[in-house]
Design a protein around this ligand. Structure first.
Ligand code: P6P
Length: 336
């Protein structure tokens, strides 16, 4: 096993930037700031379980400060960390109905940031892993002007970078710029640095795990039902398939990225577009999965090719190992 390089997130981003002759170092700076925000959120998420024990009232803490819900806290941290660096012209968050303008006293930049500050936060009380997801584009409106909704509503293949942070048994940040692979960094709480722990992640071509909320089975498209029944009747590497579903997208997809298999949140009769959001959940995760060698579709089309019309629109999503997504696609097509 090759000895792991002692590489911090900041240095890794800078090295990646240096491989681009025209790079201005701006992407490095903003990714570094995202890492800083992730450390702050991680601190609070890891304390959350202690809220009752430490006598926080749930509305005010021992210092009389308002204890915000964790996802609101994470949203505020990201906005405050990212709105004054001069990198962005506009931002958008799962927690904010409208686009987030850069305060007039700050310089506007050439990038756009979309994020889900704390996905799966309903799981926090059960100490189940949750995550932050981010997606970065270059603006499409003239430099120097306030960013607009058009800057946000770009198809996923135009992303400049994407990543997620999974707050679990350890805090891991995974990011890609789409060019030099997908890389994971584990937060070393001893000295508060993200250290390279998963270099150049490649998703296995096929896996033994399928991941979906089978409580919705009866409402699923027939092709998907046929696919699930096929998996349950067959083996992979002479072992039966396994169903694994955390119910936290970042946790389920981090496992899929490392172990292989397929993650699915389909549309159904009641919710034809499913539940997961295109712009700040499916697009960034699809960008990562594809860069790691996987596939991501909505059942018919490539997720990254979808032209968004609304900021918070949803899409059915099937993503993971290429051979698993290929097989699922075949079942969906045959049942049409
Ligand atoms: P269900 C968490 O609430 C979330 O947004 C995603 O992280 C997760 O994949 C999905 O919803 C789980 O939804 O309907 O299976 O509980």
């Amino acid at each position: 096993m090759a000895k792991k390089r002692f590489m911090t997130l900041s240095r890794h981003i800078l090295e990646g930037e240096r491989m681009h002759p025209g790079a201005t170092g701006e992407l490095s700076a903003l990714l570094d700031q995202l890492g800083m925000a992730a450390k702050l959120i991680s601190l609070e998420v890891n304390k959350a379980g202690l809220v009752d024990i430490l006598g926080f009232t749930g509305s005010e803490n021992v210092h009389g400060e308002k204890v915000k819900k964790l996802d609101i806290f994470a949203n505020d941290v990201l906005i405050k960390a990212m709105d004054h660096g001069g990198h962005f012209c506009v931002m958008a968050s799962e927690e904010e109905e409208e686009i987030i303008h850069i305060p007039s006293q700050h310089q506007v930049g050439k990038y756009v940031l979309l994020f889900d500050p704390l996905d799966g936060s309903s799981n926090i009380d059960a100490n189940i892993s949750i995550g932050t997801i981010f997606s970065i584009y270059k603006r499409v409106t003239p430099d120097g002007t306030p960013g607009t909704l058009d800057d946000c509503l770009q198809p996923g293949y135009k992303q400049e970078a994407a990543g997620y942070v999974v707050y679990g048994s350890s805090t891991i940040l995974v990011y890609t710029t789409g060019h030099h692979g997908v890389h994971g960094f584990t937060l070393d709480p001893a000295f508060g640095e993200f250290l390279l722990s998963h270099e150049d992640i490649k998703i296995p071509s096929r896996g033994r795990i399928y991941s979906a909320n089978e409580g919705n089975y009866l409402k699923w498209p027939q092709g998907l039902k046929n696919y699930i029944k096929y998996l349950q009747a067959h083996t992979f590497d002479e072992k039966p398939y396994q169903a694994r579903y955390v119910g936290s997208m970042v946790a389920d997809l981090h496992r899929t990225l490392l172990y292989g298999g397929i993650f699915m949140y389909p549309g159904d009769m009641r919710n034809p577009k499913g539940k997961l959001r295109l712009m700040y959940e499916c697009n960034p995760m699809a960008f990562i999965i594809e860069t790691a060698g996987g596939r991501a579709i909505d059942g018919k089309k490539r997720i990254l090719d979808l032209q968004p019309e609304r900021l918070h629109e949803k899409t059915p999503v099937y993503m993971g190992s290429p051979e698993d997504v290929d097989l699922l696609e075949k079942f969906l097509r045959e049942a049409e």
